[in-house]
Structure formats: C-alpha cells, structure tokens
Write a protein that binds this ligand. Structure first.
Ligand code: ZN
Length: 97
C-alpha cells in the first residue's frame, strides 16, 4: 500500500519510462537528488513523429507541422554532476506563487 501523501520522496524513475515522460509536461519537472539541480538535463528521447513537409518545386522542403505520435525517454543525465541514477520526477511548483 503506497499513499502518495505520506511517501517522503518521489520514486526513482529509472526503469519507469512513463514517469520520465511526465517530467516533460509543464506541470512536472526533473530533480537530481545528488546535487539538487532542477533546471538542466541532457534528455535522450526516441520519438515517432508525423511531419507535414512542404516541398518546393526544386525539391527543398521545410517542416510546417510536426505531431509526436509516440516518444520514449531513453536517459536523463544531470548537466551539473553527470549522474543518471539520481534523477527523480516531481510536480513542478505552480507558476507565479
Ligand atoms: Zn546532479
């Protein structure tokens, strides 16, 4: 039985790709438990996307729309201390408070 209200620390997300993905949403963030960094990470993501390529008659193209169909976070590394095994995901503080 795990009650989120009484769990002292977020679960280590390594091995739980869906939790790592959640940190990419605006209401969550990564935290490095080793050094306290919450702002700078190297995030390796594998993504399947659908792009609208707009070609000109010469064959050059540019991407005008891109939709992410599926993505998986492969690794998250702290830019400050280089740790990969100390990254957790936590709710982001509410902006403006
Ligand atoms: Zn760190």
């Amino acid at each position: 039985m795990t009650d989120p209200a009484t769990t002292p620390a977020p679960a280590a997300p390594q091995g739980d790709p869906s939790l790592l993905l959640r940190a990419l949403e605006p209401d969550h963030r990564f935290r490095c438990d080793a050094c306290g960094n919450v702002t700078r990470f190297d995030v390796t993501v594998t993504a399947t996307t659908r792009r609208f390529h707009h070609f000109d008659l010469g064959g050059d193209s540019r991407v005008e729309e891109e939709e992410v169909l599926e993505q998986t976070v492969r690794s998250v590394v702290c830019r400050w201390c280089g740790r990969e095994d100390a990254i957790t995901v936590e709710p982001a503080p509410v902006a403006g408070t």
